[in-house]
Design a protein around this ligand. Structure first.
Ligand SMILES: [Zn+2]
Length: 138
């Protein structure tokens, strides 16, 4: 089966086989599992997956591992071509989930650091102002 790329505004409810739907606006993608099991595979672009069109054919990176369906398929789609990869073992699937959670946590830490930096610069400015007004440095 070959996968065509289709840009959409919103993901349609019933998906057609052989089409990777991609909403650039909502940063999501969806396709019916390449194994033919009928499972709807959802792709979250900011999370991990990049969905692109290669001359109208779908390219998804990195590989798709279907953890939430019985088929446990693992494959990568490049220019519409499906390349099958060894199935994820339960432990590898778990570690992938952990990585994803870790990435989220990392992003939160970065946000926190940014806020802290801002706060630190406000405090520093305040101290400088105070020192300028009272001629005293702390
Ligand atoms: Zn499947």
């Amino acid at each position: 089966m070959k996968f065509r790329y289709q840009a959409v505004e919103r993901l349609p409810k019933p998906l057609k086989e052989g089409i990777v739907y991609h909403s650039a606006e909502y940063e999501v993608g969806a396709l019916l599992c390449a194994c033919g099991c009928g499972h709807r595979v959802s792709l979250l672009v900011p999370d991990s997956h990049k969905v692109e069109s290669t001359n109208g054919m779908a390219t998804i990176s990195p590989s798709i591992s279907v953890c939430d369906a019985p088929c446990k398929s693992h494959y990568i789609i490049t220019a519409g071509e499906v390349e099958w990869l060894p199935a994820f073992s339960a432990s590898l699937a778990a570690s992938t989930m952990r990585d994803q959670i870790a990435r989220h946590a990392e992003r939160d830490v970065k946000r926190l650091t940014w806020t802290q930096k801002l706060w630190a610069s406000i405090v520093a400015t305040y101290r400088k102002l105070k020192a300028a007004m009272f001629g005293r440095s702390q």
